[in-house]
Design a protein around this ligand. Structure first.
Ligand code: NAP
Ligand code: MG
Length: 491
């Protein structure tokens, strides 16, 4: 597909002008009348603008969601919720190119990655299946033979979903799907750097036979719209994906009405290359484990531990791999590495290149800024990194690999587990028992062996410790959106 054809797919949407809020089934301006602009990071040019929702809009959206929960939505049968999810999946599949194009121009994810990363319609279909399979249980009790006990699993209520810019469509779908499957209602707050695909997704959803207020959209700034959602007493749960720092502020703010929380936060994931690994697979696998999406992946395997006998060879081959990656405009189908999302993030990442040099790590390659207007940075590899360095402990969220040598398996397990984070982890070996042993020992929510970064609707994804609480995807995500009630019947 050519760039010219691609740019046509969202012309009608973009031609309509500023995006609006979706509250109680109506498309409305922000109460303030204000808008935010969004920029294409491949060019630095403004794409369009959208509503800057604030506390007043959030309050109206929460009220609409509460009304939907108390009204017609509660009467929807599981099979009807399943139908809604299947209908949305069909629309998302029919508009897949348009939705991914919007993310590409909005936050820079290359079209090549869009086509290889996970399939949003498939996630919706997976949760459509679950809508009819949520049930409580009949329980034994020892009180009396004449007392009968069972449980109900009920929707937690109004969900405030706050998502980041690095995988906008996928993040939105991973919240909307379990909300609809469980019968919750929601207010979605996308990131200000990447709101367009959420606006278009909610337009597609608005065409469905869904009661007003089940899904509401309030675009805006995190400290305004996001914080208002977190503070709102009418919200029963916050489903947040984003940085650990904001996640911590949400934990504090949720104390007001003791909201339920699920938090998908940052990481500094270890990826361990043993000397017996097939380096022909490990080099590109670990390389894309760090550089995919320009390193803007929460589970990026940024601490690459390499066993001493292959350390020099692996590092040289990783550098050559990084040098061979095509960096460029995200709409070019040949581009492997797009821009960083914004000038601000680019400066932050470049700051870490300075930090690495000051800490005494050896920059083997990368870190140059191509001479073009977008926010591009060539993928960088630091060798001779030590565990305590900031480039080995802090989430950079850019295309920067830290390579650390190690000697034996117990040592590397201990060092991999020193991180405050516990999201992803990887290892490369041809030894089956070592693969299982290390996979069990890593204190992370996900471990990939001989292949890094796979996702699937049926496989849980989530972090431990400072990487968050709870799971997304799979049946486990449903628990985050349900409460359990016990019922006692005395006969
Ligand atoms: P962020 O700054 O935490 O923002 C995430 C979302 O929270 C955005 O919608 C943001 O709004 C909003 N927000 C900001 N301040 C807020 C506040 N005080 N109250 C409520 N909401 C607020 O993170 P980001 O920079 O967008 O994304 C990168 C981070 O997300 C990285 O740390 C990455 O590891 C993490 N991430 C984790 C996962 C995972 O599944 N574990 C997945 C993807 C990303 P605005 O941006 O619109 O201001
Ligand atoms: Mg943008």
């Amino acid at each position: 597909m050519t760039v010219a054809v691609e740019s046509g797919v969202a012309a009608e949407f973009l031609g309509r002008g500023p995006g609006r809020l979706f509250i109680g089934g109506q498309w409305v301006q922000a109460a303030s009348g204000e808008v935010l602009e969004t920029v294409n990071p491949s060019t630095g040019a403004v794409i369009t603008s959208f509503a800057r929702g604030g506390p007043v809009d959030v309050d109206r959206a929460v009220t609409a969601a509460r009304a939907a929960l108390a009204g017609p939505w509660a009467a929807f049968t599981p099979a009807q919720r399943q139908d809604v999810l299947l209908a949305l999946a069909d629309r998302v599949a029919a508009h897949a190119d348009e939705l991914s194009y919007l993310d590409t121009i909005d936050m820079g994810m290359p079209v090549s990655r869009q086509r290889s990363s996970f399939n949003p319609a498939q996630i919706l279909r997976y949760y459509a299946g679950w809508a009819t399979k949520i049930h409580g249980e009949t329980t034994a009790n020892s009180v009396s033979p004449s007392v009968f006990t069972y449980t109900l699993r009920e929707p937690v209520g109004v969900v405030g979903a706050i998502i980041p810019w690095n995988g906008p469509l996928g993040s939105a779908i991973m919240k909307i799907a379990p909300v609809l499957a469980t019968g919750c209602a929601m207010v979605l707050k996308p990131a200000e750097d990447a709101s367009l695909s959420s606006i278009r997704l909610v337009e597609l959803l608005a065409e469905l036979d869904l009661p007003a207020g089940v899904v509401n959209l309030v675009t805006g700034v995190g400290a305004e719209a996001g914080a208002a959602l977190v503070d709102h007493p009418g919200v029963d749960k916050i489903a947040f994906t984003g940085s650990t720092a904001v996640g911590q502020s949400i934990v504090r703010a949720a104390a007001g009405n003791l909201k339920r929380l699920s938090l998908e936060l940052g990481g500094k994931s270890p990826d361990i290359v043993f000397a017996d690994a097939d380096l022909d697979r490990a080099v590109p696998g670990a390389g894309m484990g760090v550089f995919a999406n320009t390193g803007q992946v929460c589970c990026a395997g940024t601490r690459v531990f390499v066993q001493r006998p292959v350390y020099e060879e692996f590092t040289a081959r990783l550098a050559a791999f990084a040098d061979g990656l095509r960096v460029g405009d995200s709409l070019d189908p040949g581009t492997q590495i797009g821009p960083i999302v914004s000038q601000r993030q680019l400066e932050r990442v470049c700051g870490y290149l300075e930090v690495g040099a000051q800490e005494g790590a050896r920059r083997v390659t990368g870190g140059q800024r191509p001479d073009s207007p977008g926010f591009f940075l060539r993928p960088a590899v630091f060798a001779d990194v030590a565990d305590g360095m900031r480039i080995a402990t802090e989430e950079i969220f850019g295309p920067v690999a830290s390579v650390l040598p190690f000697d034996d398996v117990d040592e590397v397990i201990a060092r991999a587990n020193t991180s405050q984070y516990g999201l992803g982890g990887g290892l490369w070996t041809q030894n089956l028992s070592r693969a299982h042993r290390v996979a069990h020992a890593l204190r992370t929510g996900v471990v990939w062996v001989n292949g890094y970064g796979y996702f699937d609707a049926a496989v849980p994804f989530g972090g431990h410790r400072m990487s968050g609480w709870g799971s997304e995807l799979s049946e486990h995500s449903l628990d985050e959106y349900l409460t359990v009630k016990a019922v006692w019947i005395t006969t």
